[in-house]
Structure formats: C-alpha cells, structure tokens
Design a protein around this ligand. Structure first.
Ligand code: PLP
Length: 395
C-alpha cells in the first residue's frame, strides 16, 4: 500500500508552498497564507473524487474513527459490531469513545459477514463498522441494507482501501460516515493523516467541531466565539495536508500500477489447484494493494508464507499468527490492559473475548496468505516474484 514509492517533485512543491508562507496551521492567518489552504484543498478534491458531500481531514486514520463514531453519536455503552480481522485501531477507537466492540465472524471476503453481523445484533447494538480489509470491499450493500432494516449506524473503516469502489460507488460513501488513513504505509500517504467523509451535514459539522476542541469555525479565526460541543485536537497540519494533496493527484496512477502488478502474481498462482483466491464482491473496485489466497489447511498456509518469503517474495503475511491484525493474539484486549483505568461500564459489559466463538473466522484466517503489491515493480522484479512462486508451488 505504498504511496511513499512515488514521492517526487509534486510533494516537494506542495510542502515548499506551505513553508514559504510559514503558516503550518490549517485555520486562520488569512493575510499571511497567500491564499494557500492545503487541508481545505485536499478536502474538496477528495470529496469530489469520492462523490460525497463532505470531507474533514484529521491527524490519523485512528483519529478519523474516533471523530466519525463521536460525530454519529456512538458513545458510552453502545455496542459496535466489527470483524476480528482488522487493525487494532478499529477496536481502540470504539473503546475510546466508551463503546463496546462486539466481534462477529468474517467470511471469505476477509471482511465482516452480513449473516454473522445480523446474528450478533442485540438491543444494545448501535452501529456496525465493517473494515474494507487489505484493499478490497466488504459486502457493503448487504451490510448497508442490514443497518437500514435494523436502524443501525453504518461507519466504514476504509483505512486500507482508499480509491476502492463497489459497483462504481466509492468505498467509504455507503455508511453514515467513512474513515480513511494516509499513514506512512498507505496507498496515498502524508506521513500521518486521515479523513472522515459523509453526506450528512450534521455529521460533517460535528466532525469539524469535535476534531478542533469543539470550535464552531463560524466567522474569523476558527469562530472562537462558539463551542457548541466538547471536542479535542485531531487536527491535521498544513504540511501533512500538502503532501497528501500531491499524493491524491497520483492515486489513479498508483491504482493502475497495483492492479497490473497484482494480475501478474494472480495469474502465476492460478496455475495451482490448491490455491483459491479471496472473494472480492466487485473485482473492478479492488485497489489491489494485496493479493490474498487460501490454501487447503492451516499448516499449508503457514508453511507457504514462510517459504515464499525465503524464496524472495517480500511483504508476505500470515495474519493468523500476527498480533496487529487478528483477534487471536490480542492479549491486551482480551485482558483489558490499559494505561489508565477504563470507564467502569466497560469492565462490566465487554464480552469475554477469550470465549467468543469465532471458529469460522479462525478457519478462514488460518488458511489465508496475503502478499503486498508494490507500485514500482519492474518487469524484472515481477519475473523474480513469479519465479519465487514457482519455487514454492512447483513448475
Ligand atoms: C483497518 C485500519 N483501521 C485504522 C487504521 C489506523 O490508521 P492510522 O495508522 O492512520 O491511525 C489502520 C492503519 O493501519 C487500519 O489498517
């Protein structure tokens, strides 16, 4: 997911323009900034690209989850259904707003199963937060319909799938809010940054206020007259936004390269009877940051991941054993280990994550291998990677 591979003159120019004015803050300083509004420009270009009414930039993808959940009114004691395959930030943000993460199985899309989400709904459920994992989409239409039927809020964690779509509609725009990350290893990066997108004017207004101490941003200099709500600081700086703006303008190029490179590896793996590919509900909208496939059994997948790495294929992940992305190894969550005490209601009401039955997810995750796709691979690089695949799976 490597926007950093294509850093160049464009990023330097955008950053240079900010440094020239000396205004690193996204608000105010109208006279000094010479009309340069990098965060604002990124927001309007990103919203236009996604076909969504509003975009608000924040300091990280994690911050975007905090801001989106808060702006949608998800808070203390609410239950939020998520998949056990994600990055830890998803459940951190849910706990952070005082809500309870409730895990439901994923399916062979490697994202939340609509059937499992339905079965997990109780009277305490407030929201469903599917994650478009490893660059491709959840069954987002079904999840949206489920939320509509049950009166639940849909918040999409699109941090790993910027530029993705389902039937032509941008991922992140199906829910009441969509969250994005532009951290150092994402498809487009600004070092640290994120975005909340929404078509709901109230969510947009709350996001804008909450991410900047509750300021209403009406009138001059952040509208410091009014604080309609309590907030905090999840602001992005103009420097980060400037890098992101240059990267956003390269997104189509990045996606095209990833898709072409992924196809080469996928074609090579298609030759093997034992290999089955992750289900992608709309292949045309896949961002192609990863190629994920299934082998018949856990031991086959663990062994293949190791051997592919040894044979020279970099960026191979066996997520089942990894403690960043899959619940099995999240001991800190299972034991609710926090630096400060959590609100008492969380100790009283979180499910015992050691006992929750996620056997379907375990079976799927156990047999999954994912390979990261790079933008800058040359024909020679690709040939070497195909050769690595043949070394492991046979000629
Ligand atoms: C699914 C998912 N959600 C949230 C995040 C958090 O994004 P950030 O690193 O920008 O805080 C990430 C980052 O890897 C992610 O993969």
């Amino acid at each position: 997911m490597p926007g950093f591979e294509v850093f160049g003159e464009e990023e330097r120019r955008e950053v240079g323009e900010v440094l020239e004015t000396g205004v690193l803050f996204r608000y105010g300083f109208d006279a000094q900034r010479k009309g340069r509004w990098k965060a604002r420009s990124f927001e309007s270009e990103f919203a236009a690209r996604l076909g969504v009414g509003h975009c608000h930039l924040v300091s990280s993808g994690t911050a975007s989850l905090y801001v989106a959940l808060s702006a949608c009114g998800v808070g203390a004691g609410d239950h939020v259904i998520i998949s056990p395959f994600t990055f830890v930030a998803t459940f951190e943000a849910i706990l952070g707003v005082g809500a309870v993460p409730v895990f439901a199985d994923m399916d062979e899309t490697l994202c939340l199963s609509p059937a499992a989400a339905r079965a997990a709904i109780t009277e305490r459920t407030k929201a469903v937060a599917p994650v478009h994992m490893c660059g491709a989409m959840a069954r987002i239409e079904d999840l949206k319909a489920l939320c509509g039927e049950k009166g639940l809020t849909l918040v999409e964690d699109t941090c790993q799938a910027v530029g993705g779509s389902y039937k032509g509609r941008a991922l992140g725009t199906f829910g009441r809010a969509g969250c994005f990350s532009f951290d150092a290893v994402k498809t487009i990066t600004c070092g640290e940054g994120g975005a909340v997108v929404t078509d709901d004017p109230l969510v947009s207004q709350r996001a804008d206020q909450y991410a900047d101490h509750g300021h209403d941003h009406v009138g001059s200099d952040r509208g410091a007259d009014g604080h309609p709500i309590l907030g905090t600081n999840y602001r992005i700086s103009e420097l980060n936004a400037a890098v992101g703006l240059a990267q956003l303008r390269k997104l189509d190029r990045i996606l095209a390269a990833q898709r072409a490179n992924k196809k080469v590896l996928r074609d090579a793996l298609s030759a093997y009877r034992d290999v089955r590919f992750r289900e992608v509900p709309d292949p045309a909208g896949d961002t192609a940051t990863f190629l994920c496939f299934f082998l018949p059994a856990e031991e086959d997948a663990r062994k293949a991941a190791k051997e592919l790495g040894k044979a020279g294929l970099e960026g191979v992940s066996y997520w089942y054993d990894n403690n960043w992305h899959y619940l099995r190894r999240w001991e800190h969550l299972k034991n609710l280990k926090s630096a400060a005490r959590l609100p008492q209601h969380l100790y009283d009401s979180v499910p015992d994550y050691n006992k929750v039955d996620l056997s379907l997810s375990d079976r799927i995750m156990g047999k999954t291998v994912c390979v990261q796709i790079k933008v800058g691979w040359t024909e020679k690089d690709l040939a070497a990677r195909v050769a690595a695949i043949r070394t492991v799976f046979g000629n």
